[in-house]
Design a protein around this ligand. Structure first.
Ligand SMILES: *Cc1c(COP(=O)(O)O)cnc(C)c1O
Length: 384
């Protein structure tokens, strides 16, 4: 059996090697390292793929989130509601801008932000909601957009984990993750579903005026060279990363399909296990033979219900099966983000999930033998 890896990027590289190597050589020859033709070409192709008016590339997903908030003109003291169960980048940039983070609980079956909890947290100071499409599936965007409209709030989608996912609204309308809210951020960190070979990120929006504002912010607040109208940042996608992304983008749907198929095999193997909860798919497709793009499985995350999660992590590692606990501590309990305003009774789900979740190896190169080995190890251990 091939060695099992949590993330395996080499197989993808083999499939795009010539194109990537040729374009990197070309960039070396032309010295177009920053904002060269590859950055523009990738930006246009991603706009077309997503069906969004504007893609603004930047240096990483954390910058992308921060720049979204700067672009919307959020001011110190404005409250921004986001999920307690996510990667810290989401809350970090809220705090950095002196906005007030308001963490709320998530749903136990999808791991995504709980809309009823958002509604309870809205105050006159609330200005924005940041749903995170965690592990590759969109949050409940119909309900979030309705709530935002009712209370006149911005919606910033943190789409670092769900690029390529499709959201189907109640009325049947299909939209790509990251094109539904007022603005969205994504990350091209190497292990994300569309990853480059370093750092990278982007902002998406359909709003022309906001796109213009943001294009200045990423470039030191300049709209005309050496005239600085607003305080900006320096956040650029370099040409080498853009060349890698341009080579991968036409394959993204195929990559996501491979992830889906591995996820379906995991789910099938875990069917009927009383101590194991498999990830829930919110669309009507179920998890049968066919693939679907409603979930792009950035992570395949189980809940282990009988208190054996930590021992299972050890057991898998002892058997050379890597795994991850995303995330082991609720954000409201992290030293940097703890606040006396928070009440433990408001976070029953996150407090439970951090003890139960385990993410299994998930990438485009998993084979049946590896999946059978992993699922047998998990099932045998959880039931012993
Ligand atoms: C990866 C990630 C980010 C940050 O992206 P970077 O490119 O690493 O800065 C933000 N939010 C979520 C949910 C992520 O998974």
């Amino acid at each position: 059996m091939k060695k099992i890896q949590m993330v395996d990027l080499n197989g993808q590289y083999e499939g795009i090697k010539k194109e990537v190597n040729d374009s990197i050589a070309e960039i070396m020859e032309t010295s177009a390292f920053i904002n060269g033709p590859y950055v523009h070409a990738f930006q246009k192709e991603l706009q077309e793929y997503l069906g969004v008016k504007h893609v603004i590339p930047c240096a990483n997903g954390t910058d992308a989130l921060q720049i979204c908030m700067m672009g919307l003109g959020l001011q110190p003291g404005d409250e921004v509601i986001t999920a307690d169960f996510t990667f810290a980048a989401t809350v970090e940039v809220i705090a950095l801008l002196n906005l007030t983070p308001v963490l709320v609980d998530v749903e136990p079956d999808t791991f995504n932000i709980d809309v009823a909890a958002i509604e309870r947290a809205i105050t006159p100071k609330t200005k924005a909601i940041v749903p995170v499409h965690l592990f590759g599936q969109c949050a409940n965007m119909d309900a979030i957009m309705d709530l935002a409209k009712k209370h006149n709030l911005y919606v910033i989608e943190d789409n670092a984990q769900a690029i390529g996912a499709t959201y189907t609204s109640k009325n049947g309308k299909k939209q790509k993750a990251g094109t539904i809210g007022h603005v969205a951020s994504t990350s091209f960190f190497p292990s994300k579903n569309l990853g480059c070979y370093g750092d990278g990120g982007a902002i998406f929006t359909n709003d022309d005026e906001l796109a213009h504002t943001i294009r200045g912010i990423v470039n030191h607040g300049m709209y005309e060279r050496y005239y600085h109208d607003v305080v900006g940042v320096n956040s650029r996608l370099d040409s080498i990363q853009a060349a890698v992304l341009k080579a991968k983008l036409p394959k993204l749907d195929g990559y996501n399909k491979q992830r889906w198929q591995s996820a379906a095999k995991y789910t099938k193997a875990f069917q009927g296990q009383e101590h194991i909860v498999v990830p829930k798919i919110t669309c009507a497709c179920g998890m049968g033979q066919n693939t679907c793009d409603c979930h792009v499985f950035h992570q395949y995350t189980l809940r282990i219900l009988n208190g054996k999660r930590d021992d299972l992590v050890k057991h898998l590692n002892e058997n050379n099966v890597p795994c991850g606990v995303y995330y082991p501590v609720p954000l409201h309990k992290q030293k940097a983000y703890a606040d006396s305003r928070y009440n433990e009774a408001d976070f029953p789900v996150t407090n439970q999930l951090v003890k139960e979740v385990i993410s299994l190896p998930m990438h485009t190169e998993l084979d049946d033998e590896q999946i059978a080995f992993i699922t047998k190890l998990v099932i045998d251990f959880v039931n012993q």
